[in-house]
Write a new protein. Structure first.
Length: 222
């Protein structure tokens, strides 16, 4: 083996230093490159339309007598004795088909309670001795702001479910020490005169955040 020339030795040290310096620069610039490009490159997501605000409104669709009192709204519909005589309860009139005739002063009332309008008779619920109150079948008088008591006198199992929180929308606190529990009145959802709840437009289904695969329902089913 030939003895290494010291000047050649120096030269190769020099070259090595250049290489190391160069590599350091390369790795350093890679570090910067990765640091600023760390996000994975994904195809641009299609814009997802936000759900129509009307589906997010949680306020009940009906106001009860109690709500009207609280909101200080017009209560003239409940001022029965502004028109009726205390001594003479209004007589219910029927047409030739035994269907109740709704007088024009009560034209806002649509009566349709039960299949075959089984529970359309006003005094099944209103108290003819005192129109400002309601009455249940055993004769007990119920105030206008205690509608569940009236409904429950005929719909016992539903009242039981409602009291347990299984029927009607319960909100507020489970832990009563933290706050009150809120129960909506039957009349917040059911019109007492026509309690069947009208069909509503269904809210749209969820949006997938990725392309729908064959396992997921197709767009036409959403
Ligand atoms: C704006 C006036 C007015 C008010 C307020 C009013 N009524 Fe009447 N109501 C009438 C008239 C008029 C008739 C038809 C004539 C009659 O039977 O006296 C009638 C009829 C009735 C009848 C018989 C219904 C039928 O179809 O034959 C009942 C029951 C009745 N009213 C209950 C009430 C009750 C309960 C209230 C209060 C929650 C009330 N009304 C408030 C004017 C009114
Ligand atoms: C005097 C008894 C009685 C009272 C009080 C009463 N209901 Fe009814 N309800 C009935 C009868 C009877 C039916 C018909 C059941 C059937 O056709 O199978 C009915 C049916 C219904 C239905 C089913 C929908 C329909 O129209 O068939 C709902 C909802 C309802 N009632 C809610 C209420 C609410 C809310 C109240 C209180 C504001 C109430 N009911 C008070 C007797 C009553
Ligand atoms: C199933 C029970 C029930 C029957 C049957 C019933 N009502 Fe009512 N009615 C109520 C309740 C409960 C309220 C209070 C409504 C509320 O708080 O939303 C009310 C409210 C009213 C009001 C005041 C508010 C308004 O809508 O004008 C009038 C007037 C009235 N009823 C008249 C009548 C007449 C007339 C009949 C018969 C044709 C009748 N009701 C049959 C339960 C009944
Ligand atoms: C948050 C709204 C809400 C409240 C509060 C509520 N209900 Fe209902 N109720 C419904 C809905 C929704 C249905 C199913 C309606 C339909 O299929 O037409 C229903 C169905 C019913 C039925 C039909 C029979 C059945 O069980 O399927 C009766 C009777 C009834 N409710 C009575 C009551 C009574 C009585 C109260 C109060 C103690 C009450 N509801 C409170 C929303 C409510």
């Amino acid at each position: 083996m030939a003895k290494l020339d010291p000047s050649a030795q120096k030269k190769s040290d020099h070259t090595a230093n250049y290489w190391l310096g160069g590599l350091t620069a390369v790795f350093f610039s890679l570090t910067i490159f990765f640091a600023f490009n760390s996000k994975p490159h994904v195809a641009a997501q299609p814009e997802i339309p936000l759900v129509d605000k009307k589906f997010l409104d949680t306020s009940p669709w009906r106001q009860t007598y109690a709500d009207l009192v609280k909101a200080k709204e017009d209560l003239s519909d409940y001022d029965c004795y502004a028109c009726h005589d205390k001594a003479k309860p209004p007589r219910i009139r029927y047409d030739t088909n035994q269907k109740i005739i709704i007088p024009k002063e009560h034209a806002n009332i649509e009566m349709s309670h039960g299949t075959h309008e089984r529970n359309n008779i006003c005094y099944n619920c209103h108290n003819e001795q005192n129109l400002n109150t309601l009455q249940v079948r055993d004769g007990n008088v119920v105030k206008f702001d205690n509608i569940p008591q009236l409904c429950g006198s005929c719909h016992g199992p539903t009242l039981r479910d409602w009291e347990a929180g299984a029927h009607g929308r319960t909100s507020g606190y489970w832990d009563r020490q933290l706050g009150d529990i809120n129960r909506l009145s039957c009349a917040n959802c059911h019109n007492p005169h026509a309690p069947d709840i009208p069909t509503r437009e269904a809210a749209p289904g969820p949006h997938y955040l990725h392309e729908a695969s064959s396992h997921e329902p197709s767009k036409s089913h959403r």
